[in-house]
Design a protein around this ligand. Structure first.
Ligand code: CA
Length: 367
C-alpha cells in the first residue's frame, strides 16, 4: 500500500515536470547565447612553465566548461600590457582580467602583500586554508573592491628557494650592499638587513643578473629556475625560501565587467580557477625535486642553507616590517590580525600534524 503510494507520487511528480517542460516549450523564444570575449594579461613570460601556464589552462577549461560562451585570450608580460602595470590596466577596465602576484602592487596597495606572502608566514596549504576558510578571501575582496577589482586565489608554488648568489652568505654582514631581485615584504626585510632590493618581472631577471645590474636574485624554485638558466650566471643556490614560504598567485577581474557575467559563468570561472590553482601546486611538488637534482648533478650548482643566525635576524626584522606595514590603517590592521591569528593557530596545530609527522618521517628515514 505504502509502496504504491510512493509510486503514484513519483509518477505524478515526473508527469508534472514533463508537462511543465512541454507547456513552456512552445512559448520559449530561443535567444542566441551571448559570447563574452575577454582579454587576460599576465606578469609572466608567455607560456612560461608552471605559473605562466596557469592562465592558459584556466582559459582552456573555462572555454570548454562554458561551451565557448566565455572566451578568454591570454597575453604574456609586455604583449599588450607591461608586467608591472596589469593591476592598473584591469582596475581601469582596459582589459578584463589579469594573472600575477599581489605583492607586485605594494607601491600603491601595501596591504596587498599579505595576499602573496609574508616572510616566515603561511605555507601553501595554510595559505589556502586562510583564504578559503579562515576569512582571508573576504578581506582581500574588501581591499580590492577599492580598486574595482575582484580577486580570486589562482595557484601556489609551495616553499620557494632563498635565491641565487655569487658569494657565500655566512653572516648578515654578507648581505650588506648586495643588490638583489627580491619583491614584496621579503624585499623590505632584505633592505633593512643592509641590501638593496629591486622588483624585476620574471622574464627580465636573467639578463639583469648576467649583466651585473643585480648581484643576486630570487625567482621561484628549481623547476622554474632551471628553465630560466640561473645556474649559468650564479654559483650558489640558497634555501630555505624564508621570504616566500607559500606564495599565492592571483587572478584579478575588473569588478564592473565581472558583474555583467551571468551567475553560471561566474561559477565556471571560479571553479576552473580553483581547479587550476590546485594543479599548479601539484606540478611544482612533482617537478622541483628532479630539477634540483639536475641543477646539482649536471650543472654543478652549489646548494647552501642560510645559517640559522642569519634566518633568526631576518625573522626579527620581518616582524618589525610587518608591524610597520600595518601602521594605523584600519583595514590593514584587520588583515594583519586575521593573518596572524590564523598563522599562530596552524603553528600550534602543526605540533600534532604536519610538523610532528615530517619530523618523525625524516628521522626514521635517516635525515
Ligand atoms: Ca619568489
Amino acid at each position: 500500500m505504502f509502496f504504491r503510494m510512493w509510486v503514484v507520487i513519483w509518477v505524478g511528480l515526473l508527469i508534472g515536470c514533463a508537462e511543465e517542460a512541454i507547456e513552456t516549450e512552445p512559448g520559449k523564444v530561443l535567444q542566441p547565447e551571448k559570447i563574452f570575449h575577454w582579454r587576460l594579461v599576465t606578469t609572466w613570460p608567455k607560456n612560461f612553465p608552471g605559473m605562466g601556464m596557469a592562465p592558459e589552462h584556466m582559459a582552456d577549461l573555462i572555454r570548454e566548461m562554458s561551451n565557448g560562451r566565455l572566451d578568454i585570450k591570454v597575453y604574456g608580460a609586455g604583449e599588450i600590457v607591461p608586467a608591472m602595470e596589469i593591476f592598473e590596466a584591469v582596475s581601469q577596465g582596459t582589459v578584463q582580467m589579469g594573472h600575477g602576484s599581489a605583492y607586485y602592487w605594494r607601491g600603491s596597495v601595501p596591504a596587498a602583500q599579505f595576499f602573496t606572502a609574508v616572510p616566515f608566514g603561511l605555507t601553501a596549504q595554510e595559505m589556502n586554508g586562510w583564504l578559503l576558510h579562515g576569512g582571508g578571501l573576504a578581506l582581500w575582496e574588501e581591499l580590492y573592491a577599492r580598486y574595482d577589482l575582484v580577486p580570486i586565489p589562482a595557484g601556489n608554488t609551495g616553499v620557494q628557494m632563498a635565491g641565487w648568489f655569487n658569494k657565500e652568505i655566512n653572516s648578515l654582514a654578507d648581505l650588506q650592499g648586495v643588490k638583489m631581485r627580491i619583491p614584496g615584504l621579503g624585499g623590505e626585510v632584505f633592505e633593512a638587513a643592509g641590501g638593496t632590493a629591486v622588483t624585476i618581472p620574471g622574464g627580465e631577471i636573467f639578463t639583469s643578473l648576467q649583466t651585473g645590474v643585480i648581484d643576486a636574485a630570487e625567482w621561484v624554485g628549481p623547476f622554474n629556475d632551471l628553465v630560466i638558466g640561473f645556474h649559468q650566471v650564479a654559483k650558489y643556490y640558497y634555501y630555505p625560501g624564508w621570504q616566500e614560504p607559500g606564495p599565492n598567485l592571483e587572478l584579478i577581474v575588473n569588478k564592473q565587467v565581472w558583474e555583467t557575467l551571468p551567475a553560471d559563468l561566474q561559477s565556471i570561472l571560479r571553479t576552473a580557477t580553483l581547479a587550476v590553482s590546485n594543479d599548479v601546486l601539484a606540478e611544482y611538488t612533482a617537478r622541483n625535486n628532479a630539477a634540483l637534482k639536475e641543477l646539482v648533478e649536471q650543472h654543478g650548482v652549489k646548494v647552501r642553507r642560510l645559517p640559522d643566525d642569519v634566518l633568526a635576524q631576518l625573522k626579527l626584522i620581518s616582524d618589525e616590517k610587518v608591524a610597520e606595514l600595518v601602521g594605523d590603517d584600519e583595514l590593514s590592521m584587520r588583515i594583519y590580525r586575521s593573518y596572524e591569528n590564523f598563522r599562530k593557530g596552524v603553528i600550534d596545530y602543526n605540533e600534532y600534524s604536519e610538523r610532528a609527522f615530517m619530523n618523525i618521517r625524516a628521522r626514521l628515514e635517516g635525515y
